[in-house]
Design a protein around this ligand. Structure first.
Ligand code: NAP
Length: 242
């Protein structure tokens, strides 16, 4: 059975990606950190629409948690194979660098960058054995451009972009593609406190994007037809920056 693992699938962009991949026929593993109710909501919507999957709780910032939970899942579900991995889980904790606490730096880096490393390493072997796989990392405009107040977040996302390009070249001939999607301002819990009225005037399309618009880009890169696209970063930002 072909599976897709989406980290941070309980809310926002990750949830929309789960729906998209379920419609593409994947059995979806909906990962979450603490919000089981929302993860179950994602799963029940998948099922209502004729898809299937399960929820799986682990903290992408904790390598032991990933190894214990995801590692055990892979070992015990030998008939299932994770063909698509979407490293989507991420947090922000903004402040100017001069005020940034160690913990703000560590938590943001651990979630995006360490999360990418430890989750991908766990899933990669199966893809290499099957000689097919799609890895899509959800990064950010901040990782391309750098944004003030987001030294931690920009560094984490830029790190994942570099890792995306490096890994893509390591495994391209094994049929596994590695790409990134870089959203601009997307309407989710993460952007809840932002002044949309003011910010949208800077965006050529004049609005925030939707999680579904990002999910569409992820679905494209996850499709078998995207087989000659790897080491790429696809911006979904309404023309804000390229
Ligand atoms: P969101 O609405 O805040 O949702 C975050 C998701 O990540 C939740 O499902 C959350 O799980 C999960 N998560 C957070 N920390 C985790 C951890 N340590 N382990 C496992 N899961 C964890 O965020 P979003 O806006 O959808 O963002 C999704 C991704 O897009 C992030 O990587 C973000 O950096 C990126 N992005 C977002 C925007 C934007 O404008 N929204 C722009 C550029 C990039 P729980 O529900 O259990 O907390």
């Amino acid at each position: 059975m072909k599976c897709a693992l989406v980290t941070g699938g309980s809310r926002g962009i990750g949830r929309a990606v789960c729906y998209k991949l379920a419609l593409m026929g994947y059995y979806v593993l909906v990962n979450y950190k603490s919000n089981e109710t929302e993860a179950l909501h994602t799963l029940s919507t998948i099922k209502e629409n004729g898809g299937d999957g399960e929820i799986i709780r682990f903290d992408v910032a904790e390598k032991e948690d990933i190894r214990a939970v995801l590692g055990t899942w892979i070992e015990t579900n030998t008939e299932k194979y994770i063909e698509v991995l979407v490293n989507n889980a991420g947090i922000k904790d903004d402040t100017l660098m001069m005020w940034m606490k160690d913990e703000q730096w560590d938590s943001v880096l651990k979630t995006s960058l360490d999360g990418f490393f430890y989750v991908t390493q766990m899933v990669l072997n199966g893809m290499l054995v099957k000689k097919y796989g799609r890895i899509i990392n959800v990064v950010s405009l901040s990782g391309l451009k750098g944004l003030p107040g987001q030294v931690n977040y920009s560094a984490a996302k830029a790190g994942v972009i570099g890792a995306t390009k490096a890994l893509a070249q390591e495994i391209a001939r094994r049929g596994v593609t590695v790409n990134a999607v870089a959203p601009g301002f997307i309407k989710t819990d993460m952007t809840e406190g932002l002044d949309e009225k003011e910010l949208k005037s800077m965006i050529p399309i004049k609005r925030f994007g939707t999680a579904e618009e990002v999910a569409h880009a992820v679905g494209f890169l996850a499709s078998p037809e995207a087989s000659y696209i790897t080491a790429e970063v696809l911006s979904v930002n309404g023309g804000l920056y390229s």
